[in-house]
Ligand binder design. Sequence first.
Ligand code: PHE
Length: 360
Amino acid sequence: MQPTGYPELDALLPRLAAIGSLEAEALEAERVAILGRKQGVLTQALRALPKLSPDDRRRFGAEANRLKAAFEEAFLAREGQLGTAKAAGPLAGQDLTMPGRGRWIGALHPVTRVMQEVVEIFRELGFAVAVGPEAETEWYNFGALNFPADHPAMDMHDTLYLTEGPRGRGEEGKRDEGRMLLRTHTSPVQIRVMQSGPPPYRVVIPGMVYRNDPWDASHAPGFAQIEGLAVDEGIGFRDLKATLTHFARRFFDARTRVRFRPSYFPFTEPSAELDVECQICHGGGCPACKQTGWMELLGCGMVHPKVLENCGVDSERYTGWAFGLGPGRTAQQRYDIPDIRLEYGGDMRFLRQLAGQDRP
Ligand code: PHE
């Protein structure tokens, strides 16, 4: 800036020139010293204007205001520079005009969602939730459930054993003997529930189970199950049918057709498999249901009297039914998931597609 011709104003010119090299704190102090509303040198010079002759007032006023404008511009410019200098720190090299990265919003896993829904439907019917250990003894997993000693499910190639030792189906009273294993179903928790106190029992039992299975489109070595157990006086097969039919219609659709097929489990007699109408073709036949029009939902049956007796429950007085459902299978049916590995593989690209989606 050109000199103003007024020594008191021109004395400020070196300070004007120095502003470009001040750091943040000094810059702010200088701004107050020059332009501050009370003590600012320029402010005070301008405040003296009324005392000057009209002629001087006009000329001096014009020069002082010119200098003030120059200072204001210099302060702004330097602040701007320091602003960019700050961005050169942690944000160096970043394109500040890019849209921000969204945070991931958590969501329930489709299998978890199915499990919670199953639990909720049975909760409405008065069932409580029970859980048990994933590492079990042979007695809880097999023996108490009336598996014969030579049942193929107990073979090494089906069951993941944790300890070595002789095959020990175990006896009541010696139930902690024998090998430890990863439970192959949630049914051992039936036993633990019945041992915990006298009937009646109405529980659902969600949890993970393990089998010596391959990792392919329809198998996983670890997968979820939900068990159900109802034991009381006067419970019959009609209760099983009515409750599980209600459950299937509540879970899928009020008009979904169901059928019970005879089946076999060592711990239930009679035993059945519950099928629901294929949710994709609704009975017409499609690849998902292998042209049958039906999908398997769960295994069930009347609790075998031997199982009740194994738990000290009087099988003359009490009867009951049980079921076991694979929520992974059910989620596959509901969300049309072609490969079980998608459910248990933890691939976020798949999981995010289903996040927040209640129904397909
Ligand atoms: N535990 C059986 C299975 O894993 C399912 C089942 C549970 C069947 C309860 C009947 C009663 O396949």
